[in-house]
Design a protein around this ligand. Sequence first.
Ligand code: TLP
Length: 358
Amino acid sequence: MSTIPGAPSIPIDLRSDTVTRPTAAMRRVMAEAVVGDDVLGDDPTVTRLQERVAEIMGKEAACFVPSGTMANQASIRAQTEPGDEVIAHEGSHIINYETGAPAALSGVMVRTAAGPRGLFDADQVDGLARPDSDHSPRTRLVVIENTQNRGGGAVWPLDQVRRVSQRARGLGLRVHLDGARLWNACAATGHSPAEFARHADTVSCCFSKGLGAPAGSAVSGDKATIARVFRFRKMFGGAMRQSGILAAAALHALDHHIDRLHEDHENAARLGAGVANIPGLAVPLPVETNMVFIDVDRSIGTAAEFCASLRERGVWMLPTAPQRARAVCHLDVSRAMIDIALAAIESAARAPMLSGAR
Ligand code: TLP
């Protein structure tokens, strides 16, 4: 791909907060990690991470898994049986980006809730939960995603989480919190992870997004449920051996990369405000955390064309819909890089696209 003169020599990668590379300090603790065979239960670093995460979430136990997807899917499988139904927002990650896994791995159906910014409220749970009958699927689980990715990195207010959870539990349902970016929700609101997690039976969290570790997520919950999560982690092929190397990175991230998340939020706000002033571009969703969604006017081109043009200018973003792109701020993006990115975005918005303006 050609690069336009003046583009930064190292790309500014805003495709996701998953793109961060481990820092030198993180690589050091990984190299020095004391490890064992975690499938046999004797990797001390994994055990330490699991205990630490359970404590942070205010739960009895936690299970370290390779990815956020496995955290969600093992949680769904642990709390449902084939033929059951799960309630989730239509824009949720488990529906849109996990390759149909609820159907494939758990044999469940998902009944969708609608609502602005990926949020829904307690009354919708009433309407979506099935009556107890011989004919209906059994509704078993409600999934809340906080922050909500496709909703713009939207934060579920604690009170709304509480309302939805109370209603769900009142109906005998369990609650799973997809907390891939719960750290960001906490940084934005000042609430602790445990304050959100107490309203969920299982809560996932990721170390490989805003926290900057190379891989790894965890599911926390009561002992019996987490025992089932361990079982399905193994069944899904996610039990790892000397995974203390990864757990060491996660522990380092918990110690060093949580307090700085507000910087990503400030950078995203700066990016969003700048983009909103560029003709032909709009910021359709409030910038609450580290994500900025950008709507591209058809007169400029498609979002894919816009991202391709931007890439030639050294800035990487992902198209998420025909006219929508996403930029995510993270550990490897500084405030100065945001200003460089804004200049590139403005230049790309002015340039004729590959297929020309329509
Ligand atoms: N999200 C990725 C893509 O899959 C879209 C991203 O770049 O944002 N829950 C939520 C809310 C997520 O955003 C993601 C990843 C996951 C779960 C899954 O995590 P991984 O990628 O570790 O399986």
